[in-house]
Design a protein around this ligand. Structure first.
Ligand code: AMP
Length: 191
């Protein structure tokens, strides 16, 4: 099994690239942000709990995210593995993911970090707002999301570095340039 964690701040290109990686390596893409937006649209109990937090740029509590991910992983025993986009976002989630992997006799192949400077992230997210109209892509929420990323999510890189699984990749340039760099990094890990 191959399990790729695509990691990076909001606007680093995780969503776009995770779809391409899933196709190349025959994996199932899972985006926690997409799953939560679907829950909000369907007005489920999880969606109601997540809505205000997402609009403020804060994280949804770990236990809700972990339960949602456990359900999805359990429901897809047939896949060759997953590309996770936006998960884990805290060290607690990373530890819970390790537990899930252990229970399934599986492991994380790599944490791939898309590295993009802050000014470029803000520019990309404001452009995405015009194209997709996501309510959390406004300047105030973007700044909160970047701060939450720095405080709560960035430490995960160290967690995986200690396991020898952290691979930083330059996330600037065109989509195609970034995809090529990702393939060059991941291909040798999937042989
Ligand atoms: P994204 O689409 O990945 O940018 O996620 C949008 C929002 O969903 C984030 O700003 C968080 O509020 C929430 N979210 C997504 N993934 C997670 C996660 N793994 N843990 C907590 N909150 C999350």
């Amino acid at each position: 099994m191959t399990n790729i964690l695509l990691f990076g701040p909001p606007g680093s290109g995780k969503g776009t690239q995770s779809t391409l990686l899933a196709q190349r390596y025959y994996l199932m893409p899972i985006s926690t942000g997409e799953l939560l937006r679907k829950e909000i649209k369907q007005e489920t109990s999880l969606g109601m709990q997540a809505k205000a937090l997402i609009e403020r740029g804060q994280l949804v509590p770990d236990h809700l995210i972990v339960a949602m991910m456990e359900e999805i992983i359990e429901a897809h025993p047939e896949v060759n593995g997953f590309v996770f986009d936006g998960f884990p976002r805290t060290v607690t989630q990373a530890e819970a993911l390790d537990d899930m992997m252990r229970r399934h006799n599986d492991h994380i192949t790599a944490l791939i970090e898309l590295v993009v400077p802050d000014d470029m992230l803000i520019e990309r997210l404001l452009k995405r707002r015009e194209l997709e109209g996501r309510s959390d892509d406004n300047l105030e929420t973007i700044n909160n999301r970047l701060e939450v990323y720095r405080q709560q999510t960035a430490p995960i890189a160290t967690y995986y570095q200690q396991k020898g699984l952290h691979h930083p990749v330059n996330g600037t340039g065109t989509i195609e340039e970034v995809t090529r760099r990702l393939y060059d990094t991941i291909d040798p890990l999937c042989r």
